[in-house]
Design a protein around this ligand. Structure first.
Ligand code: MN
Length: 417
């Protein structure tokens, strides 16, 4: 079988620059989408560097996950060399072929891979994002996730740390399958079922990719949009395709691995990916099943609850309120009856954060005193200001304009779905 491809990318309707990048390389059977982040166009550099390092790595015979890890290293090196690029990062979703009929994917971040088979759309990759974690833990529904203020907060990205965990997936392809790689500029503007309608109807991959980009723009185009579509086509001399056993096992997650800079050996830790899903929340649940057996027990319980309340109110964290960074009193998500409250809302928006800050603030960065939290927030505000000043100095008025038009594109109406 062979792959027929089509791709489309667009800056969208609200951004000054396209920081997405993609790769379609039929000779190496290598396909990828990267979504860069970082002030002052560093995101463009990050996504391009990631794609370049990926292609270079695969070109020298590296396994796909290793090549993704090497892209991480490359971004950190470039960011270290140039203060203008400090804090840049990117997502990367890459795909190659093995043995003629198996798609192998390596993935970090919230760009996505999908498979359309027999008219059904399946999301192959799992987002490394805060809301994905909340959905997995059952704390919010997928519908709530679509409008959640933290939906652009990542739990993993390239360029954050020398240590990166790359997720791997495999799909045994059948003739007639249609694969899609895309950045979140598509999936935050369109629901899966709307995407499926287009993917089913489009006559060829290029038509599918450009129709999806147009549709995301019509829905608001809040972010850069990139779509790569790959059709699996039977060739003369193919073995007759074996029908898959059942529907369930279409996508296999391969063990994710940890990679460190300069560590030349992979340390595959099966199940390590699951560790990310269990941050804090599940540990609190047993509290809810307290049984009252008598007055002494009740007293103990009340004292315990008092302690929990005291803890909940003595904790501060810096996280997101809508698309703004805010200082909260309480713990993220609240604790029992003690909901978190916004202590101070800053002018800094999600878009102004570095990728490391996005990852850091994803679950709320906690402090045991208001002072420490205030200092931390002040540092973020200072960083963001420095960035603005730089942008203005270098005569990049479009960035200032963007900030100025912020209110129209933010808040509950800004999702534009
Ligand atoms: Mn994006």
């Amino acid at each position: 079988m062979k792959l027929v491809t089509g791709a489309s990318t667009d800056v969208g309707r609200q951004r000054a620059a396209n920081e997405d990048a993609y790769l379609v390389d039929p000779d190496r059977s290598l396909y990828a989408v990267a979504d860069g982040m970082g002030g002052h166009r560093a995101g463009e550099v990050a996504s391009a560097a990631a794609i370049e390092a990926l292609a270079g790595g695969v070109g020298t015979g590296m396994a796909l996950v290793d090549a993704v890890a090497s892209a991480n290293t490359r971004i950190l090196e470039r960011a270290g060399d140039d203060p203008e690029l400090a804090g840049m990062g990117t997502t990367l979703t890459a795909m190659t072929m093995r043995g003629g009929s198996t798609a192998v994917l390596a993935h970090v971040g919230d760009s996505r891979a999908y498979l359309l088979r027999n008219g059904d759309l399946v999301q192959v990759t799992e987002d490394h994002s805060v809301v994905e974690g909340l959905v997995r833990e059952g704390r919010i529904t997928p519908e709530q996730a679509e409008h959640h203020p933290s939906r652009s907060m990542l739990t993993r990205a390239l360029g954050v740390d020398h240590h990166v965990e790359v997720a791997g997936y495999e799909v045994d392809l059948l003739p007639g399958d249609r694969l899609m790689l895309c950045s979140d500029g598509l999936t935050t503007m369109m629901r899966d079922r709307e995407i499926a309608v287009v993917l089913r109807a489009a006559r060829d991959p290029l038509d599918a990719a450009s129709t999806l980009v147009d549709a995301a723009n019509r829905a608001g185009g809040a972010d850069n949009i990139t779509v790569v579509v790959l059709d699996v086509v039977a060739e003369e001399g193919d073995e007759p395709a074996a029908a898959p056993v059942g529907d369930a096992a279409v996508v296999r997650a391969t063990p994710s691995g940890h990679w460190e800079l300069e560590a030349d050996l992979v340390d595959p830790t099966p199940g390590a990916g699951a560790a990310v899903a269990t941050t804090g929340a599940s540990a609190r649940r047993p509290w809810r099943t307290v049984v009252f057996v008598g007055v002494p027990v009740l007293l103990v319980v009340l004292i315990g609850l008092g302690a929990v309340g005291w803890y909940a109110r003595r904790t501060y964290y810096v996280g997101l309120d809508g698309d703004r960074v805010a200082l909260y009193q309480g713990v993220p998500g609240g604790l029992l009856w003690w909901d978190e409250t916004v202590e101070r809302r800053s002018d800094v928006t999600v878009d102004e954060l570095t990728v490391a800050q996005r990852v850091d603030l994803g679950d709320g960065h906690r402090f045991s005193s208001l002072d420490a939290a205030t200092r931390f927030l002040a540092r973020i505000e200072h960083d963001a200001e420095g960035d603005d000043a730089k942008a203005t100095d270098d005569a990049a008025p479009e960035r200032t304009d963007l900030t100025g038009s912020g209110p129209t594109g933010s808040g509950p109406t800004g999702g534009g779905r």
